[in-house]
Ligand binder design. Structure first.
Ligand SMILES: NC(=O)c1ccc[n+]([C@@H]2O[C@H](COP(=O)([O-])OP(=O)(O)OC[C@H]3O[C@@H](n4cnc5c(N)ncnc54)[C@H](O)[C@@H]3O)[C@@H](O)[C@H]2O)c1
Length: 360
């Protein structure tokens, strides 16, 4: 029966996890009866995930207008947003309408910004369909688009009215996307919860066998707790950036080299380097470091880089506005399950870590 779900209370909304379709249907029927409803998805999520809603009798959506964008990061743009805004106005959206973001992080970032700005903001719900968006992008209130090749440069903080997470969507997610999403799960364990690390070490060994509900519950709870304590990222929320300073540089570099990495793949390589940095700074002990590096090697096809790429990678890190002068700013781990932020590290130490990654 479609009634088994968990509730995770967030700031001004609720996250539902499990078999959520009855709850979703009831929420929309009770809160948005006779309102205009819009579903935003990309062509993959509309092909694979919209029929799942239909199959599970989410009848409150039967008259919804469907807005479709191309899959991929290119759709997270001002140009696509303008087309969407115009469509919404032509379809007579009003302040009481509801937007449903059905997709991965691209859709929830784009759709959250679209909903948060049209008519000065209408309600929206996230239904994440990738592992990454379930454990990360759909929760936390950051939405926005890319601008002229720079990631997430235009955006706002805005909460959804609810988030409905059903692992059923992972059944159609390509395996490369699924594995990339596990990087953020490992990150949650490393920065916040040593017991969770023990769980993910074996539970994610074969993603075809994973019990997703236990993983989703712990990861979403961690993300939510961190965000609730520091919504605008002035302090503790920065710990979520572990692996991301170098990871973002790997990601941007891969796009410049025309062999794009998925975000999680870049973060996995970033965590390798930043775990090493944590050890070099005397924070993380040798045994834990070896355990982390070994796991990342085993579970990810870590990207290859050359010595000639180091200067570009470092230059890309300086593009991050948090980094100034000749120092770079990191969130690192003190021990498995415990993190520190605002760690300023000299460039030569960062270069040494990337060199060690290349030489490994
Ligand atoms: N706002 C935040 O806090 C936050 C956090 C992390 C990442 N992000 C953003 O999230 C985006 C990446 O999100 P993502 O990794 O989910 O990628 P994505 O949304 O691009 O989805 C990845 C691919 O999977 C397809 N897909 C999605 N669900 C599917 C399903 N159930 N079955 C089959 N195919 C499916 C999509 O069409 C796409 O081709 C980036 O833009 C990143 O900046 C935002």
């Amino acid at each position: 029966m479609d009634s088994q779900f968990q509730i995770i209370p967030a700031d001004q909304y609720t996250i539902y996890l499990g078999s959520v379709f009855n709850a979703l249907n009831e929420f929309i029927s009770s809160q948005y009866a006779d309102r205009k409803i819009f579903i935003l998805g990309d062509s993959n999520t509309l092909d694979h995930c919209l029929p799942v809603l239909d199959f599970n009798d989410v009848t409150s959506l039967k008259d919804a207008e469907v807005l479709e964008v191309e899959p991929g990061e290119e759709s997270k743009s001002v140009e696509v947003l303008e087309v969407l805004w115009k469509s919404l106005i032509e379809l007579e959206i009003d302040r009481k309408s509801l937007v449903i973001n059905l997709g991965g992080g691209m859709v929830s970032d784009l759709g959250g910004f679209m909903a948060g700005t049209i008519k000065r903001g209408v309600d929206f719900i996230n239904i994440p369909t990738t592992l990454l968006s379930m454990v990360d992008a759909s929760v936390g209130g950051k939405v926005g688009v890319n601008l002229a090749g720079w990631k997430n440069q235009v955006g706002i903080f805005v909460h959804p009215k609810a988030v409905y997470v059903d692992p059923v969507f992972l059944e159609t997610l390509p395996k490369r996307e699924l594995i990339a999403g596990t990087a953020e799960v490992y990150k949650h364990a490393l920065i916040y919860d040593a017991d969770y690390w023990e769980l993910v070490k074996y539970e994610l060994g074969d993603v075809n066998e994973t019990n997703w509900e236990s993983i989703l519950l712990r990861s979403i709870t961690i993300k939510n707790e961190v965000v609730q304590s520091d919504f605008k990222e002035e302090g503790l929320r920065k710990i979520l950036n572990f692996g991301h300073t170098i990871g973002h540089a790997f990601e941007s570099w891969s796009h410049l080299k025309q062999k794009p990495l998925l975000h999680g793949e870049a973060v996995a390589a970033g965590m390798w380097c930043e775990a090493l940095l944590s050890n070099k700074l005397g924070l993380l002990d040798d045994k834990s470091l070896q355990e982390i590096l070994q796991l990342l090697e085993n579970r990810f096809d870590l990207v290859s880089v050359n010595e000639q790429d180091i200067s570009l990678l470092v230059a890309l890190m300086y593009k991050d506005k948090k980094n100034e002068g000749s120092t770079l700013n990191f969130s690192l781990i003190q021990e498995i399950g415990k993190s520190v932020f605002d760690q300023v590290i000299p460039e030569n130490t960062v270069v040494e870590a990337i060199q060690a990654y290349i030489d490994r």
